[in-house]
Design a protein. Sequence first.
Length: 73
Amino acid sequence: MREVDLAIEGMSCASCVAHVQEALTALPGVEAEVDLDSASARVVVTAAGDAPQESDLLEAVESAGYTATVVRR
């Protein structure tokens, strides 16, 4: 299991949050909490083996129409 924090650009409403969350959780073994106020997402990748990579997460957000960057802790 690993956690990835994303900064999300372009979200302006609850519907935006839902679109981003749906895009992320459509990936296998991914759980996500998306927050409009902080324009961020905390992603937990629970899949082992062929788990989605950071680039897959970014592509999922972009496919929903938003821009994401990985936040390094």
